[in-house]
Design a protein. Structure first.
Length: 297
């Protein structure tokens, strides 16, 4: 009904903003679309925020939960001083061969928050200087428009914050703009349904891929396979007039294999619930390095 239409339209606006802001991700997205006659499905959309004054995970997740999303699980990342929650989509009717954000399966939503109370007093002060009371209420609007809720930081503040925590610095300059999307590899109908082919294809096209933990990141049970690009490096003008090149967003491919207990289910009868669910700490930690500031991954 109308509620699902609004949800899908919001996701479409978030996607369009992300593609507009990230040329390499847009190029890869268009290549994938051309391979599958536009029959793209998404595994997850990921965002970053700050755990402070109503700006944390809840500021964005509340919208999606209003439209039927449910908490799927969470992961802690001590290295980045952050926490992640992921949300499973509502059970909606998807037509046979339904695809895209208009008719296809809805993506999982993954939201990270930087744990401010674990940062130094100096870094906390920098972040709090920009965040406005109750600003997190505009989280979804900020995601769809790709505009910061707070004032753009100075290069001096950004650089100082990045010295301690690049994850926090990325969030301060990019805000609620989508950090990355992940294609659902096992839903493709062509050669892209094999993540090994995707890796080879992207390497032959000379896209830079994240090699942390291997180009193909494999979960401990071997059932979750992920490949991600290195984020675009884009020139940004900071509020004090300095222009510097910093990491933006990236793009990911996720393949979920069939669980052992369902190995005898005929291939054409395999559904999403037959496949590996959730995320893996090791994989996710390595993929986060796609926005590394200080060196190529």
């Amino acid at each position: 009904g109308g509620s699902e239409t609004i949800l899908r339209n919001v996701l479409e606006s978030i996607l369009k903003t992300y593609l507009r802001k990230n040329p390499t991700s847009n190029t890869i997205w268009e290549l994938v679309q051309s391979m599958d006659n536009e029959k793209i499905c998404y595994d997850h959309f990921t965002f970053r925020t700050f755990k402070v004054d109503g700006y944390g995970i809840d500021s964005l997740s509340s919208f999606f939960m209003d439209y039927g999303y449910k908490i799927g699980g969470e992961l802690d990342f001590p290295k980045n001083k952050s926490k992640v929650k992921w949300f499973s989509p509502p059970d909606v009717h998807v037509p046979h061969d339904g695809h895209g954000l208009t008719y296809g399966p809805l993506p999982r939503i993954v939201i990270a928050e930087v744990l401010l109370d674990q940062l130094s007093a100096e870094s906390q002060g920098i972040i709090r200087k920009y965040l406005k009371p109750e600003g997190g209420k505009q989280a979804v609007l900020s995601s769809t428009l790709g505009s910061l809720i707070w004032e753009k930081p100075t290069w001096t503040d950004f650089k100082q914050l990045a010295k301690e925590n690049e994850f926090a610095a990325w969030t301060l300059i990019h805000g609620y703009t989508m950090n990355h999307l992940a294609f659902s590899v096992h839903r493709f109908k062509h050669q892209f349904s094999d993540i090994k082919f995707i890796k080879q294809f992207l390497e032959e096209k000379e896209f830079k891929l994240n090699t942390d933990g291997g180009v193909i990141k494999v979960s401990l049970d071997g059932l979750l396979l992920q490949v991600s690009s290195i984020s675009d490096k884009l020139a940004v003008e900071f509020s004090d007039g300095v222009t510097e090149t910093i990491p933006a967003s990236y793009i990911e491919f996720t393949q979920r294999l069939v669980l052992p207990q369902f190995k005898d289910v005929p291939f054409d009868e395999v559904k999403e619930f037959h496949r590996r669910e959730a995320f893996e700490l090791g994989n996710a930690s390595n993929i986060m390095e796609s926005t590394r500031f200080t060196a190529e991954v």
